[in-house]
Design a binder for this molecule. Structure first.
Ligand code: PLP
Length: 373
């Protein structure tokens, strides 16, 4: 595609004009695991699916362009993407990460700490300048989610990149919640971007996928080697599903954001809500209700929002992080950054905002009545 196109156009055109053979508009799905060799010693294309697949290549090339990186790698889940990136580092490496992160990332870091001697310093995320003081001689990278899951904190990625460059360490950003439609961390100076593509990129709660993107040639080469060696690559059908989902990302993100802003305004005035955390863009927000006892009846009463543990799909979801996405984070750790038993996380979908607000309103009414009993 031409680099002059806006991201909306790049998204819609993913895969188009790639099929030279029949000029199919929708990218063909190549299921074949193996490719015939014309002669001994001649390897001029694909040979084995783990190493390369035409459908996955279309996805990876398009994603690299969307994030303005050099190369992208599609993995079998978001966690496989995190794992691929951390397999770049040697044992006993030290990392800095925010405390407020997706529970699965925290759990994986704990496994790395116990099994491979990786060290993690958890930064509170208040002032980017503090990061420099946390850097040690064996520090290899800083990992941040921006916005964070679930407290929706955002960081000055440019400032963090300046610090990482000064100290010759890597800046890794999990861009799952904002997507390249809102934020391009590589352009702001990051070295590696990670996605749980299961979320907004796929967008329909029906694909498990991850992505890693970099703009650094040596890192890309190492990632390609590790991607093929460990093998958690994305399957052809899932690669195609992700391409199809991403075509509407721009439209969906606009509507997610419009709806989230309406829901945020509604929640801010509700007497049973004490705090609302909205990062300013996108479709995610978290909020705290007055009492923990309201949580269960409120979730039970919802008719449109689904009580489920994912995010970024067209359907609106509500998640209770402390028993779902963040259950592996010890209580004292989660409380230290404000993840309380009164916090609910909303992934605001693309339904009509009036209906979403009506649903929340009726669920609050039911919850407050059941509390009185
Ligand atoms: N990163 C973030 C911010 C997430 O929210 C998630 C999943 O919820 C992941 C990574 C892991 O992705 P997956 O569930 O696709 O493995």
């Amino acid at each position: 595609m031409t680099g002059r196109c806006k991201i909306d156009t790049l998204l819609v055109q993913m895969g188009n004009r790639r099929d030279e053979h029949y000029r199919a508009v929708s990218t063909p799905i190549y299921f074949s695991t193996a490719y015939r060799h014309e002669e001994l010693g001649l390897q001029d294309g694909y040979d084995y699916i783990r190493t390369g697949n035409p459908t996955r290549d279309v996805l990876e090339e398009a994603v690299a362009e969307l994030e303005e990186g050099l190369r992208a790698f599609a993995t079998s889940s978001g966690m496989a993407a995190v794992q691929l990136v951390f397999s770049l580092f040697e044992k006993s490496s030290h990392f800095i990460s925010t405390r407020d992160i997706y529970g699965g990332n925290y759990r994986l870091f704990e496994i790395y700490r116990e099994k491979y001697g990786f060290e993690f310093t958890y930064w509170h995320g208040d002032d980017e300048a503090e990061i420099a003081e946390l850097i040690q001689p064996n520090t290899k990278a800083i990992f941040v989610e921006s916005p964070t899951n679930p407290m929706m904190k955002t960081f000055d990625l440019k400032k963090i990149s300046q610090i990482t460059k000064e100290h010759d360490i890597l800046h890794i950003v999990d861009n799952t919640l904002y997507t390249p439609y809102i934020q391009k961390p590589l352009v702001l100076g990051a070295d590696i971007v990670i996605h749980s593509a299961t979320k907004y990129l796929a967008g329909h709660n029906d694909v498990l996928a991850g992505l890693v993107i970099t703009n650094d040639e040596p890192i890309a080469e190492e990632l390609a080697f590790l991607h093929n060696s460990a093998g958690a690559v994305l399957a052809p059908y899932d690669s195609w599903s992700l391409i199809r989902g991403m075509k509407t990302l721009a439209l969906r993100m606009e509507r997610h954001e419009e709806n989230a802003k309406r829901v945020k305004s509604y929640l801010k005035t509700h007497p049973l809500v004490t705090d609302v955390y909205y990062p300013g863009r996108g479709g995610m927000l978290s909020f705290e209700v007055q009492k923990k006892e309201l949580v269960e009846p409120f979730l039970q009463a919802l008719k449109i929002f689904t009580f489920a543990e994912s995010l970024g799909g067209v359907e609106s979801f509500l998640t209770y992080p402390i028993t779902q996405t963040h259950m592996d984070i010890p209580e004292e750790v989660r409380l230290s950054y404000g993840l309380s038993d009164r916090l609910l996380r909303a992934s605001v979908g693309v339904e009509h905002a009036d209906d979403l607000i009506y649903d929340l309103d009726q669920a609050f009414a039911v919850a407050s009545k059941s509390e009185v009993k």
